[in-house]
Design a protein around this ligand. Structure first.
Ligand SMILES: [Zn+2]
Length: 414
């Protein structure tokens, strides 16, 4: 592994100065660089040994709203978002300064009661790149312009996870700036750093919804610490009607599309035993699990009537990601959650990233077929039913529906 990383570092060291000089990326070199970028960009970091202090976990402002409202809540969710980076130079920013970059999916995101995504990088101007050595040309850190906060707001995002391996690319200054940008835009965030930023609360249809942001690196809470995970979720459950857990975890890339029933690793880094983690947090009171991190779509399953989405893939990752094959597929997951937290039904809106990373709907529906195949392969007994049009139904509900249909057809015949 060490040798591979050294080799990749050398390759990038050779490629990057050429790019900086010519500003022309030959397709082959470009793809090689993009692949390596993600590999190196997501390099392992130390897992924090800091003991979480639960007294710091934010409390909801008021007691849970115990309203009689039993209307379902619609949550739309996407995976990794990195709208373009100034960390090398401005050529890594999207056309029109990103103005229309998210417009194709804005109607779906805006119409949901809550729209969620994983913001894979800090938003700041200036600052100090804390990831890469000063004269390094072989290491990548992401830095989105602060003015892009409004693109996220205009696209309809209500809450973002900052628990991932890029939020800290520009250290504490980057984390602070990102929180400020999102606070000013009116977008909630979970998991940017220590326990006090782990959890955030939103209110919709008279219900209080908690979002807890987990990651595999030095973020608190951590997917590898199941004892603390239980406590974070239980704490959130005391303050909210519905608890959503977001996690950044799992190995990365084309070969990491299947969920492993053991701790996944990348290099020396532990990236979580995700089925065990998901079940543990549901047992502790979580109602919906939204995974991201592998840069590819993964399967889904239902456990105790709660939906687990293991990876939502890259959603809008501009200029610095490998978008080849499975890594270019994306989707918006639209889910109806009952007032008691049970999964009712949902819809996969299939998409892909075009060019250097603009999300667009995909008429071929490749993402739907991919998610269905992976769900059935990895979770034969617990996968939800996924129809050709992307409709997601819990298998039990699907059975009831088909019984109803059969009954009414029988009636018609008489
Ligand atoms: Zn990542």
């Amino acid at each position: 592994m060490q040798n591979i990383i050294i080799f990749l570092h050398l390759t990038v060291a050779l490629i990057v100065p050429e790019i900086m000089k010519k500003r022309k990326i030959l397709p082959v070199i470009g793809l090689t660089l993009l692949g390596i970028t993600v590999l190196i960009g997501c390099q392992p970091k130390r897992v924090s040994s800091e003991e979480p202090d639960f007294s710091l976990v934010p409390k909801a402002q008021a007691t849970p709203v115990k309203s009689e409202n039993t209307e379902p809540i619609t949550i739309a969710a996407v995976g990794d978002i990195m709208l373009g980076s100034t960390s090398i130079d401005e050529t890594f920013l999207p056309p029109e300064d990103g103005r229309d970059m998210l417009k194709e999916f804005t109607p779906i995101l805006s119409s949901a009661d809550i729209a969620f995504g994983n913001l894979e990088g800090p938003m700041l101007e200036g600052g100090k790149n804390e990831k890469c050595p000063p004269e390094s040309t072989r290491c990548f850190a992401f830095r989105m312009p602060t003015r892009y906060g409004k693109h996220l707001k205009e696209a309809g995002f209500d809450v973002l996870s900052l628990a991932n391996n890029h939020t800290g690319d520009f250290g504490d200054e980057g984390r602070l700036s990102t929180r400020k940008v999102l606070d000013e835009a009116g977008i909630k965030h979970a998991g940017s750093d220590r326990a006090r930023y782990s959890t955030t609360y939103l209110e919709t249809k008279g219900k209080k919804i908690a979002f807890v942001g987990f990651a595999h690196n030095n973020i608190v809470p951590n997917v590898n610490d199941l004892t603390a995970a239980r406590q974070f979720v239980a704490q959130a459950g005391k303050n909210a009607d519905i608890v959503v857990v977001s996690f950044h975890g799992g190995a990365e890339g084309e070969k990491a599309q299947n969920v492993q029933w053991q701790t996944e690793t990348l290099g020396t880094e532990k990236r979580g035993n995700l089925p065990l983690f998901a079940r543990t947090v549901i047992d502790a009171g979580a109602d919906l699990i939204l995974g991201h991190g592998p840069h590819v779509l993964r399967g889904m399953e239902i456990y105790k009537d709660r939906l687990i989405v293991y990876s939502m893939g890259n959603f809008a990752t501009y200029g610095m990601f490998n978008l080849k094959g499975a890594q270019g597929l994306n989707a918006v997951f639209e889910m109806q959650i009952a007032a008691d937290g049970k999964f009712l039904n949902g819809k996969i809106h299939p998409g892909r990233q075009e060019g250097r990373g603009i999300p667009v709907p995909d008429k071929t529906s490749a993402a739907i077929r991919k998610i269905r195949f992976l769900s059935q392969t990895d979770f034969p007994a617990t996968a939800p039913k996924i129809a050709d049009d992307g409709t997601i139904t819990a298998k039990e509900n699907a059975k009831i529906e088909s019984q109803k249909k059969a009954k009414s057809q029988k009636r018609k015949r008489f």
